[in-house]
Design a protein around this ligand. Structure first.
Ligand code: PLP
Length: 413
């Protein structure tokens, strides 16, 4: 019975089983996709932000809300969490009771604001309209007396042109709306902030320089005292075809722009990395069920951890996991996922040795952010087997290249 369960990849291998790497897991011939977790990589990324970012780093929980990951980040020194829904508020306050939560979705239900404020101690909220400001003030008042301990961050609309994934259309106040909004928020706030999001996977630090220009204009025009400047997320990771400059270059640009803002010495600089803290945290070991020319039918896909690969053509690093490595030349493959749905298709291209065949295992890397977190159980396919591995992630911005750059002081903070 035990053996049977293990073959199915069901829950008999408890979370926490440690292995040195994917090869060891592939030997067990799991039938379901297996999530490989690298807490050491998430820890390293968090330490990097805690030590090097010239301000406070909030973790954007939506990138991966796994409680195990939250604890890894907490242990690495991340004390503040960017939450976007009441579900995330409850999850983080349950998992990390001492954490500081910041409710950074600019459109919230009044009930969610009230529960966050009164039951979970949330004091920091973002907004991009006068209506939302009204909601926050109302939902946090006690017996008609407005709260006096709110940190309110006004979200500006900024360009997403340098990012691989836009966040520009949905949120953010337009230039002509910013002045009255900052003015009104100043009256209601204990601390007033300005925030923005340049879009996810911003490929150049110039994105932040540009957005900081908008912040500067807004502060000058509204002539209000600003206590917090929050540069949001967007810090990139490394994927095939996407090799961003080292993160130090981003930190340096942000630091310089912050220093030049017309704000007081005590003003705080915040950022909200999601992807950069957790992309390297997880990968998935999949099995090839069938090969049709240059198409591989694998047991995970668009409804599993490969949503972005299917829907926005994201390319993830892949590696054939075999007892003996193949010396056949690599060629480009596309993937089909396990469901009965044509949408369950990942174009890639994914470079793998030309002799890949049914029964082979492939590790798909860098799925810790917006990958494993988006898994569904659609069509009866899923993954319940999670294993901690100790080897290095397939692509890392925190590897030798970054360390070299830091050592040679190419980018000075
Ligand atoms: C998604 C999101 C983030 C994290 O973005 P990354 O690109 O993953 O760093 C940060 N802040 C807000 C408000 C977000 O919506």
């Amino acid at each position: 019975m035990h053996k049977h369960h293990r073959a199915l990849g069901l829950a008999t291998a408890p979370f926490g089983t440690a292995a040195t790497g994917a090869a060891e897991i592939a030997k067990l011939k799991p039938v379901q996709p297996v999530t490989l977790l690298r807490p050491h990589a998430a820890h390293r990324a968090a330490r990097f932000f805690v030590e090097r970012f010239p301000g406070r780093s909030l973790y954007a929980v939506k990138a991966n809300p796994s409680p195990d990951l939250l604890r890894v980040l907490w242990d690495a020194g991340v004390t503040h969490y960017d939450v976007a829904s009441i579900g995330e508020v409850r999850l983080v306050s349950e998992t990390l009771p001492a954490a500081t939560l910041c409710f950074m979705h600019p459109v919230k239900a009044e009930e969610a604001i009230a529960e966050a404020y009164f039951e979970h101690g949330v004091r920091t909220f973002s907004l991009d309209t006068l209506e939302e400001l009204g909601k926050i003030v109302e939902a946090t008042a006690r017996d008609g007396v407005p709260a006096s301990d709110l940190n309110l961050l006004v979200r500006l609309r900024v360009s997403s042109e340098h990012a691989k994934l836009s966040l520009a259309a949905k949120f953010g106040a337009e230039p002509q709306e910013v002045r009255p909004l900052l003015f009104a928020a100043r009256q209601a706030a204990d601390a007033l902030g300005i925030c923005f999001h340049v879009g996810s996977q911003a490929m150049t630090p110039a994105a932040y320089a540009q957005a900081m220009g908008r912040v500067r204009d807004a502060i000058v025009e509204a002539a209000v005292t600003v206590d917090i400047v929050d540069v949001g997320g967007g810090f990139p990771s490394t994927y095939p075809g996407m090799e961003p400059p080292p993160l130090e270059a981003y930190f340096s640009v942000i630091h310089d722009a912050f220093e030049k803002l017309p704000i007081s010495y005590s003003a705080e600089l915040w950022c909200e990395p999601g992807r950069a803290l957790c992309a390297e945290y997880a990968s998935v070991l999949v099995r090839v069920e069938k090969r049709r020319s240059d198409e591989l039918y694998i047991n995970d896909g668009a409804y599993g951890a490969l949503f972005d690969a299917a829907h926005i053509g994201w390319r993830f690093p892949v590696e054939l996991v075999r007892a003996e490595s193949s010396d056949i030349r690599a060629m480009p493959f596309s993937f089909y996922g396990p469901t009965c749905d044509d949408l369950d298709h990942m174009t890639g291209p994914f470079e793998l040795p030309g002799d890949v065949a049914a029964g082979d295992y492939i590790e798909v890397g860098m799925l810790g952010a917006y990958g494993c977190a988006m898994r569904t159980g659609f069509n009866g396919f899923g993954s319940e087997w999670r294993v901690i591995v100790e080897d290095e992630p397939m692509a890392s911005l925190y590897g030798e290249v970054t360390r070299e750059a830091a050592r040679s002081n190419v980018v000075k903070l």
